[in-house]
Design a protein around this ligand. Sequence first.
Ligand SMILES: C[S@@+](CC[C@H](N)C(=O)[O-])C[C@H]1O[C@@H](n2cnc3c(N)ncnc32)[C@H](O)[C@@H]1O
Length: 259
Amino acid sequence: MEENSINQGDLVLIYLDDKRQFLIQVVPKLKLSTDLGDIKIDEIISKEFGFVGKTHLGRHFYCLKPTISDLMLKIKRKTTIVYPKDLGYLLFETAIGPGSKVIEVGTGSGALTLFLSRVVAPDGVVYSYERNEEFLENAKKNLEKIKYKSRIEYFLRDVAIEGFIQKDIDAVFIDVPEPWDIVPKACDALKGGHHLVAWSPNVEQVKKTVEVLQSSNFIRIKVCEVVQRDILVRERGVRPRERGITHTAYLVSATKTKV
Ligand SMILES: C[S@@+](CC[C@H](N)C(=O)[O-])C[C@H]1O[C@@H](n2cnc3c(N)ncnc32)[C@H](O)[C@@H]1O
């Protein structure tokens, strides 16, 4: 079982209130300054997750284990990222789990890579493709901080031109502006009977992707949008929040028929 104490190098979510949440990596002598007071990180080393401390101004803070969503949303972004609300659905449209070998394109900022590496851990592999070197280097740095990930192999290449190296893959995840160019390459890489998912912000992109899927070896083509509504729970009335994430992307899933 994973131990619950806070050690050097761990990622900890320091929570003061909903507006003041800080994802930090534990480094001795570090000081976190907030408008509610300073926190000496030395004071939380060797404590258990869940520890409640006080800032130098006497305000409480809580040391929490970051959720996968916390980790994804706090990574350094050089691109747009896949949002947590879409990931559950995308996962259910594939047949992957611990030990699976999956492909994603593009790596972007590494948010999806992080999620996939958790899903296929401990002995699966994520093959992550990106054509922009700067983005790839940023994603690698983001992922180096995360513990307990499975093997991730990175490839700097334009998949629309050069395709994927691997074959017999359990699922292909596509997050690029032109997914339809990747569909034939995904078809070559996927195992028969296995699944592809792609997501795009615009309907025009979805239409083009679906047309290419229909003319390739894919069936069970589905398109959906996941809508998340956060609910305010208050004494004076419970109702949806006015603001929040509205549209992120349309999700396309399909299954390859033949090997
Ligand atoms: C929206 S971002 C991906 C974000 C990523 N899924 C995440 O969650 O952080 C799209 C990425 O795809 C890359 N890309 C676009 N077309 C590509 C191609 N043909 N081959 C490889 N990478 C590509 C872009 O450089 C960009 O970094």
